[in-house]
Design a protein around this ligand. Structure first.
Ligand code: BGC
Length: 272
């Protein structure tokens, strides 16, 4: 019964930034649906190993391994994919998720803070998508596991459309993800590669701790969310599994907003 429900059996997925927050939840959810998972990390190897161990020891899950890689470094991304292919045979799903914030008013923003955000959030997603596409094309169709040649799920943000004062580098990186994703969709759809994005709203993770750590901060945050609750990483994990599975086969070139309605601008409920 449980086995039949698994949608990703026989497939392998790389999730970047998978040792905390959204990446961890995506990796666990994808593992639970039967896929092998690469838990990519750049720091805290023991946490990554622990997550990989927990996924591997669950008999319903695929196998998981932790691989270190700074996604902004071309040679490291290439090496990570090579290790994944050596270990699992191929890669079927890629979730470029690793991301960070370096917030400051624009007139005070250093070039370094601009570059590091763009390097990880945008260049890192490009490098991972490129390696994934190379591997999908090399390997060819596997109709026994999926109707698509491969699936890429970019982790974007509501800030791909909501401007964000004090976070221009972050918003610019996420705004660019849309066009990266759609261009890949247009270019590789004929090869049966599917490329989509998930745009999370406020999800309870370390990246936005200040926004939920006190009841007052959480009340303030909820004013931005029509559904009146902060998101949990598992909210994103469930959508990622579905987007990776054949259930969503005809979805290509789309962003799925998982934000409790944040992009419906609740500030206008009683104003404007
Ligand atoms: C950011 C969070 C923020 C959320 C909603 C995310 O992309 O990383 O810090 O809470 O968007 O504003």
């Amino acid at each position: 019964m449980q086995k039949n429900k698994q949608r990703l059996s026989g497939q392998t997925c790389i999730v970047t930034g998978a040792n905390s927050g959204i990446g961890e939840a995506v990796a666990v959810a994808i593992g639970r649906d039967g896929a092998n998972v690469v838990i990519n990390y750049v720091s805290n190897p023991e946490i990554a190993e622990d997550i990989a161990h927990k996924i591997s020891k669950d008999c319903l899950c695929g196998e998981a391994i932790a691989i270190h890689c700074d996604v902004s470094q071309e040679n490291q991304v290439e090496a990570m994919f090579q290790k994944a292919v050596n270990h699992f045979g191929t890669v079927d799903i890629c979730v470029p998720n690793a991301g960070l914030q370096r917030d400051s008013p624009l007139h005070e923003m250093s070039l370094e803070d601009w570059n590091v955000v763009l390097d990880v959030n945008l260049t890192g997603q490009f490098l991972c998508a490129r390696e994934a596409i190379r591997e999908f094309l090399r390997r060819g169709m596997r109709p026994d596991v999926s109707r698509s040649l491969g699936k890429i799920i970019h982790m974007s943000s509501v800030h791909q459309i909501i401007p964000w004062a004090g976070h221009a580098n972050y918003a610019a990186s996420k705004g660019a993800i849309v066009m990266l994703m759609k261009s890949i969709c247009q270019e590789y759809g004929p090869h049966k590669i599917r490329c989509n994005s998930i745009a999370p709203g406020a999800i309870k993770t370390p990246i936005n701790r200040d926004a939920w750590k006190t009841p007052e901060a959480l009340d303030e945050l909820n004013r931005l969310i029509p559904y009146k609750r902060i998101g949990e990483p598992e909210d994103i994990g469930r959508v990622a599994v579905w987007l990776a599975s054949d259930e969503s086969e005809y979805i290509n070139g789309t962003t799925i907003f998982v934000d409790g309605g944040m992009t419906c601008y609740p500030g206008f409920t009683s104003n404007g």
